[in-house]
Design a protein around this ligand. Structure first.
Ligand code: 5AD
Ligand code: SF4
Length: 446
């Protein structure tokens, strides 16, 4: 049996794609290995969102190239970087055998089959397949759950129709395409049968699901209809989604919180900057005040709602005053968690050509300031929970020690406690005894 090793870079979407590819390859008779040295095929699922992500993959490819010189090995690249660079990648690293774009992932197994059957059209050359494919969003639904897996990602759409001036995603993942609701619900039924209790719906702008394609019903968007349908599925205990966009976060969606009992009281809502002037330059069509209003309306429905966000520091033209607004907004909203990125110029994006690019050292400085602000709030949120009992869906063993297990509360806070394997998949009460910025520590309620 040929063995395949897959390394994944980037976002949850990529993690989910890798899982689908594992399932697909297994169904074609391939083994999946965690040992790079045992592999006959090495595949990298890549990310282009920041230069650093691309550099990591290029570094890996270069070292794999050395291995390939020593033994018979197939090397494939798929995902955003394959889509973005296409044949250029092969010029840089000639050893690559497959370059497969984001709409062609589901052909990987066929390409490998053909290679090993030696019927490849061009067995000696690199196969580059980065063209668009009609309905590709419906073609990667295979699953490969880990034993005892409690929580699973479900991609409900592909692509993005926005034009944020810094972002390469619309180029690498194309226009928005939605999966039919029935296919998504069937997939979740499969997950339920296999023990999954929590689903996280994924999309570049997940709340745009079905927009302009599927009808509104009783004033409810297709996304809200989907949430309601999942709420009705026995076996699913928790529903999450990421990432929504402030544009399109309307009253029907806000009204789901506190009404749909399975919908968790945590939202990851990318803000990017709290300065309206920077949001405008980013081509993000909302103001800081609109974001504030969404948070307020959600907190009116669910007072202890947890919020996390994405921020880019050092966007071209960001002044000290702009940055100070973002810091002040962190104090106002008191985000639980945030991903704070240093702006990275990407080719084919408007922002890369803007004047007033910010020095790396300044980006670094701002990232550190914002991280410190965030840590203060994260710790404060967690500290307040000491002495409370949190309902935790137990996911598995923690890395920390033999008897340590971990799970999350509904607000997405990580909880670590002494437990045993039978607890995996159960929701248990944990009394919180200690807190750090990133986790809560406690013990099972006797
Ligand atoms: N530089 C830095 N961060 C970026 N992101 C997207 N593009 C860039 C870029 N060019 C961030 C945004 C987005 C997250 C997924 O990645 O914050 O929400
Ligand atoms: Fe990129 Fe903006 Fe689309 Fe998000 S919404 S994927 S940041 S273009």
């Amino acid at each position: 049996m040929k063995q395949v090793f897959i390394k994944t870079y980037g976002c949850q979407m990529n993690e989910r794609d890798t899982e689908a590819i594992r399932g697909l390859l297994k169904s074609h008779g391939y083994g999946i290995t965690d040992e790079v040295h045992n592999a006959d095929v090495i595949l990298l699922n890549t990310c282009s969102i920041r230069e650093q992500a691309e550099m990591k993959a290029i570094g890996k490819l270069t070292s794999l190239f050395q291995q390939k010189k020593r033994r018979d090995l197939l090397l494939g690249v798929f995902g955003c970087m394959a889509q973005h660079h296409g044949i250029e990648l092969q010029k840089r690293i000639p050893a690559i055998d497959f370059i497969i774009g984001t709409e062609k992932l589901h052909h990987i197994a066929d390409y490998l089959d053909r290679h090993f059957a030696n019927t490849a059209v061009n067995p000696k050359g690199t196969i580059v397949d980065v063209t668009a494919e009609q309905d590709s969003q419906n073609k990667i639904s295979t699953r490969d759950l880990k034993p005892g897996q409690v929580s699973a990602f479900v991609s409900i759409m592909q692509g993005c129709n926005m034009h944020c001036s810094y972002c390469i995603v619309p180029t690498t993942r194309g226009q928005e395409r939605y999966r039919p609701m029935k296919d998504i619900l069937d997939e979740i039924q499969y997950l339920i049968i296999h023990g999954v209790k929590e689903v996280t719906l994924l999309g570049q702008i997940v709340n745009h699901y079905g927009q302009g394609t599927f009808p509104m019903v009783d004033g409810k968007s297709p996304f809200v209809q989907l949430l309601e349908a999942i709420q009705g599925l026995d076996g699913i205990e928790r529903i999450r989604f990421m990432s929504p966009h402030p544009v399109g976060f309307r009253h029907d969606l806000i009204g789901c919180f506190g009404r749909l009992s399975k919908l968790c009281p945590h939202i990851h809502l990318p803000l990017q900057s709290a300065s309206d002037h920077i949001l405008k330059a980013m081509k993000r069509p909302y103001s800081c005040d609109i974001f504030r209003q969404i948070v307020q309306r959600l907190r009116e429905r669910v007072p202890d709602m947890a919020f996390s966000t994405d921020i880019i520091v050092g966007f071209p033209g960001e002044t000290e005053e702009d940055f100070d607004k973002t810091v002040a907004f962190f104090d106002e909203i008191a985000f639980d968690m945030a991903f704070i990125f240093k702006y990275s110029p990407r080719s084919h994006t408007l922002a890369a050509f803007m004047e007033e690019q910010i020095a790396e050292s300044k980006k670094e400085e701002r990232q550190q300031v914002l991280l410190k602000t965030l840590e203060r709030h994260s710790y404060e949120h967690n500290r307040k929970l000491i002495g409370t009992t949190q309902q935790v869906l137990v996911e598995g063993k923690a890395h920390r020690g033999e008897s340590k297990f971990f799970g999350r509360n509904a607000h997405f806070r990580k909880v670590i406690f002494d437990g045993h394997p039978e607890l995996i998949g159960q929701t248990v009460g944990i009394i919180i005894e200690r807190a750090s910025t990133t986790a809560l520590l406690g013990k099972v309620l006797p």
